[in-house]
Design a protein around this ligand. Structure first.
Ligand code: SAM
Ligand code: ZN
Length: 317
């Protein structure tokens, strides 16, 4: 089933998954060398060669991953998780990805890529909505380790899944990789989600199948406004739509959805939220400490506001 879904990050030859070591067939390098990639004991595969690393430990740190895991598992962003799953379910049921789809009639598995998946709060929920393969990719090794451990505990890792079992969980492949050099064959992926994560129009366009989907989640205007007011003298909204212009040559915007949720935070949860939110973490330490000190005695209320974009790859005539 998986023949040639993956390609070697070093020489782009077809890469074959196996229990202990994934190997490319070397057909596209001059020496016909087979490059090996060991499966870690947690069940993930590191497909990020040192040559593609821009720092020693790229991506989110262990500390921010742990903070995010605690905060998200407390359920504060559940309304966003539910919205993403609902929209994805509708796409899967509705048209090209559904049971009667071209993909299915060609016997191709429905393959979804969650890029910048982090420790997998959204990924684990996405795995339950009816795709066959879920590629959980992040440049941060500690994030992928966490995700692999949770997937293994749930029995949803790629090698734990019985191919003939038409169960509801997707087979999850935790991969350390850069979004810029995806180790995936061109046109092999039915959909991509990028949830507060990098957006690379050309790389996404290359791996998506014709008319494939792209779901993007971002902070909306006014996201965590009271927290930002407390942390910065000058609060500037970022231009949340700029990336749409960069996507426009390849993707058509189908729909935009907004979701918000008011949160009453205790001091520990606020501390975690600041650690997992890069711009909050950049605030002056005195301001962060002052806010935390205040919240020890006073309730802190802030509103999380998100926007979800659903796009579709433009078919080339
Ligand atoms: C803000 S976090 C979002 C994580 C997760 N989607 C969530 O919402 O809980 C962004 C993630 O993107 C990852 N990331 C950053 N640059 C990346 C790249 N070039 N390729 C793949 N992942 C990247 C980070 O390591 C981090 O886990
Ligand atoms: Zn190779």
């Amino acid at each position: 089933m998986l023949v040639s879904l993956f390609i070697c990050p070093l020489c782009q030859s077809p890469l074959q998954p196996a229990l202990d070591t994934w190997r490319c067939d070397g057909s596209l390098n001059l020496k016909h060398t087979n490059h090996p990639f060991d499966v870690a004991r947690q069940g993930y595969v590191n497909l990020l060669p040192v040559q593609q690393k821009k720092s020693k430990a790229p991506g989110d740190s262990q500390m921010s991953i742990e903070a995010r895991k605690r905060f998200l598992n407390a359920g504060y962003y559940q309304p966003l998780q539910a919205l993403i799953c609902q929209k994805m379910t509708e796409l899967l049921a509705q048209n090209a990805l559904g049971a009667e789809s071209i993909a299915k009639s060609n016997n191709k598995p429905i393959t979804w890529l969650d890029i910048g998946c982090g420790e997998g709060y959204y990924t684990q929920a996405i795995a339950k909505i009816g795709m066959d393969i879920l590629l959980a990719a992040d440049i941060s090794k500690p994030a992928v380790v966490e995700l692999a451990k949770a997937s293994k505990a749930a029995g949803s890792l790629w090698y734990q899944q019985d191919k003939d079992d038409c169960g509801k969980m997707a087979a999850i492949y935790p991969l350390v990789t850069s979004a810029a050099n995806l180790p995936l064959r061109a046109h092999s992926v039915t959909g991509i989600s990028s949830i507060f994560s990098p957006i690379l129009p050309e790389a996404f366009n290359q791996v998506l199948s014709d008319e494939g989907y792209l779901i993007i989640a971002k902070p909306d205007i006014g996201h965590l406004a009271t927290m930002r007011d407390a942390l910065f003298d000058d609060v500037r909204e970022h231009d949340s739509d700029k990336f749409l212009h960069e996507l426009a040559p390849y993707f058509a915007l189908m729909n935009t959805y907004h979701v918000s949720t008011e949160m009453t935070l205790a001091v520990d949860d606020l501390a975690d939220l600041m650690t997992m939110t890069p711009y909050a973490y950049r605030a002056h330490s005195e301001k962060r400490q002052a806010l935390l000190a205040k919240v020890v005695t006073e309730t802190f209320i802030t509103e999380a506001k998100f926007v979800v974009y659903v796009l579709q790859k433009i078919a080339v005539a």
